[in-house]
Design a protein around this ligand. Structure first.
Ligand code: URA
Ligand code: SF4
Length: 222
């Protein structure tokens, strides 16, 4: 038998029902990350959300809880959303990659986050595209380089274009709607930065989220 081509596509059911999609994603073997992680962490939030936030991948706590952005980065994101006047309950939150990638150092048991490879991001993208299709958000916020590159291409640089109002390249996504897009840094980068820079980094993240919030309820420019 020929080897199965990598990627999530064959595991994605043809439905816009988020509960059915989330359930099917639990069985995904589209790349090797399902082997070591606890569970698939699918997106969470209302199907009626007008804003979708995309992170990188679940972290240690998300892997255990089965829900996105519940750990330290999620707490910081929650604070930034409040500061930007965005209701967390009104947004859909997901990740570019749905399984936690980590290494286990020989000493100790703490699992250390590893950045997903381009191959893994591309393998997992069918789930992200399906979430976009099901929700049809007006605004998509890409948190960090992995999410931005997943939808805007590998050459995209967050540092050069953060806070700008962008569009998705139709060739990359195949979507038949056209959300406005804002890329910004990942909330965990605010936590990792030097303590003296944290307040500014938080304010800059909030400012980018405010740009996204300002696009809600506006007619989309042609
Ligand atoms: N970082 C992410 O990108 N996503 C999560 O869900 C948690 C941390
Ligand atoms: Fe499937 Fe994505 Fe998990 Fe890979 S990371 S097994 S493509 S859900």
């Amino acid at each position: 038998m020929a080897a199965r081509p990598p990627g999530a596509q064959e595991f994605v059911p043809a439905t816009a029902d988020l509960a059915v999609l989330a359930d099917a994603a639990q069985g995904c073997k589209g790349c090797d990350l399902y082997l070591d992680a606890t569970q698939t962490v699918f997106g969470a939030g209302s199907a009626a959300a007008t804003m979708m936030l995309v992170g990188e991948q679940p972290g240690d706590q998300e892997d255990r809880a089965g829900a996105p952005f519940v750990g330290p980065a999620g707490k910081l994101l929650d604070r930034a959303l409040v500061a930007a006047g965005i209701d967390r309950d009104a947004v859909y939150v997901t990740n570019a990659v749905k399984h936690f990638k980590f290494t286990l150092p020989e000493r100790g048991t703490r699992r250390i986050h590893k950045t997903p490879s381009r191959t893994e991001v591309v393998a997992c993208r069918p789930w992200l595209i399906t979430e976009l299709d099901a929700i049809e958000p007006d605004v998509v916020v890409l948190l960090g380089a992995t999410a931005a590159k997943a939808l805007l291409g590998n050459d995209f640089r967050v540092t050069a274009h953060r806070g700008e109002v962008l569009r998705l390249p139709p060739s990359t996504t195949g979507l038949d709607f056209d959300p406005q897009v804002v890329a910004t840094v990942h909330p965990s980068s605010v936590l990792r930065g030097p303590p003296e820079d944290r307040e500014k980094a938080f304010d800059d993240l909030t400012a980018d989220l405010r740009v996204a919030a300002g696009l809600l309820g506006q007619p989309r420019p042609k």
